[in-house]
Structure formats: C-alpha cells, structure tokens
Ligand binder design. Sequence first.
Ligand SMILES: CC(C)(COP(=O)(O)OP(=O)(O)OC[C@H]1O[C@@H](n2cnc3c(N)ncnc32)[C@H](O)[C@@H]1OP(=O)(O)O)[C@@H](O)C(=O)NCCC(=O)NCCS
Length: 289
Amino acid sequence: MTRTGLSRVQQPEAADREAILALADEAAAVDGTSPLNESAALIVAGERPGDFHLSHEDGLLTGFTVADPRERTVVAAVRPSHRRRGIGSRLLAAALEAHPGHSVWAFGTLPAAAALAEHLGLAPVRGLLKLGRRLGDEAVGPVPEGYTIRPFAGEDAAAVVAVNAAAFAHHPEQGKLTLDEFRALTLQDWFSADGLFVAHHGPEVAGFHWTKRHDAETGEVYVLAVHPEHDGQGLGRVLLETGLAHLAEIGCTQVVLYVEEDQERVVRLYNSANFNQVNLDTSYARKDG
Ligand SMILES: CC(C)(COP(=O)(O)OP(=O)(O)OC[C@H]1O[C@@H](n2cnc3c(N)ncnc32)[C@H](O)[C@@H]1OP(=O)(O)O)[C@@H](O)C(=O)NCCC(=O)NCCS
C-alpha cells in the first residue's frame, strides 16, 4: 500500500529513518544548511526519544518534523521539489498542536522558513549567531591587576562550574552545566587542560576561556565566561586573546564561536576582536505563549 498524507510516529521504521536522512541531505544541498541539529540527528538515529510527523505522497516522503522533548524544539524540512504546496504548514501545525510549548528552529534563518513562521503566526524568540575569523599573529594584552591566568587544574572544577552558572544564568542550555557534566566533558577526546584558561583573583576563580580544537585548522571559543562580580575590567578580552593565541600556537588557522544574538555586549566584544557573522539560526514560537 502506498502512503499518502500526514502520519505521526515515535519509533519510525528503518526505511523511514533512511528516507528522513536522505531528505535532510537533499534539503541541505539546496539550502546550504542542514535541517537537523545534533540532537535531532540523534533522535533520527534512535539514540534519543522524539516524536515525528511525516508527510507522504504515493509512498514518497515529502517532508518531516522532529519534535525534541529534551530541548523542547521542533525541526522541519520539506523535499525541495515539493515546496510551496502547503506541506510545511500542515506538518508544523500538526507538530505544534502535539507540542504546544515547543519552539521551531530555522537553521540559517532561510527566507522561506521566516516566511512560513510568519504565516503560522510564530515570532522569533531566539537567535543563535555563529561568528568566525582567521587566526594569525595573536597579540595578548596585559592581564588586569590582581588577576592571574593559568591552564585548568583539577581543583578548579567546582569553581569553574560555579562561574559558568553565574555568567550564563540567562542562557537556556549553557547555564545548566553541572559538575558531573563538566567532568564528563573533560573526559572527551578533544579536551585539553592546556586549552582551558582559568583567571584567578586571590583564591577565587573569576573567569575562564575554554577553547576546543575541531580539526587541524579550526578551533572554537567553546565557552568564554567572566563572573558578573569581575566584569567590566577587561578580563573577558584578555581571556579571549589568551585562548586565541593558544589556538594559533597549536596550528589552527581559523576560529568559530556561537553566541546568543541578544547578548549585545558579548557580540560587541567579538566584533571588536574582528569576528564576522558566518550564520544565524532563529528559533520561532507562538506569539501568545
Ligand atoms: C521552510 C519550509 C519547511 C517550507 O515548506 P513548504 O512546504 O514549502 O511551506 P508551505 O508551502 O506550507 O508555505 C506556507 C507559506 O509560507 C510562506 N513561504 C514558504 N516558502 C516561502 C518562500 N520560499 N518564499 C516566500 N514565502 C514562503 C508563504 O506564505 C506560504 O504560503 P503561500 O505558498 O500560500 O504563499 C521549506 O522551505 C524547507 O524545508 N526549508 C528548509 C528547512 C527549514 O528551513 N526548516 C525550518 C522550518 S521553520
């Protein structure tokens, strides 16, 4: 029997999972950005729970949504050859009816996604900026008086997590990092204590810059945090410079980072350090809730 219309599944069959990945690849090739993030990809792989809405025409998958209960978000894509036929609207309306509190990610904030969100009465609620720049000879300015910066040592762990929580109190995910999660990250292959710079003020940890090397060329400003009691003294800038100099020293030629669009002070800091916008992801939600 050939399937036509909308269906909802929690545990898609292997053939459906493959069709979702193939459609996502086709969309990524046309749109220049994948409709799946890491969490949605894990759901499609069956490694995390999720909820799918699928659209079929004569057995062909024409579109899908993946609802992610962990992040309370929905991602969506329509087969490029089947766009502007109302499939995206029907899928998203069904997914949001099933998950009223979820927001919808538009990776790359493509014009079609922004228009569809508007059409569905959704408004932008969050923007995630990806910034980047080349690395070269990196100058490091003087460390503000009373502070010292040195690589991470095991006894810093709890204080680093506390600074992270204070500095990212506003952030939907980053501020929730627990000591156990932090320790688990330090056990990842990519972790290097030499790439995690901790600023001390007497016995206190005042801030840190955690860098991450992705591959031979690319490094990331993974987390840059200054405790609110120590901000406004230039500590963030010198921590940033220290980490960038380290990434350049170990051979990285470019650096990227992700920052919430509404963190204007932080975005200004990065812009003044010559970072440019590479991408913007926008999250949309119902205007009334
Ligand atoms: C965004 C996306 C899901 C839209 O799917 P779709 O099936 O083409 O959307 P619909 O046909 O339901 O469009 C509904 C309305 O959205 C608006 N819209 C959709 N695509 C548009 C485009 N390219 N330009 C302008 N308006 C557009 C229109 O108002 C449209 O109504 P209309 O056709 O009567 O004018 C699809 O383009 C896609 O898969 N993009 C890549 C993945 C992505 O960005 N996902 C995020 C979803 S928020």
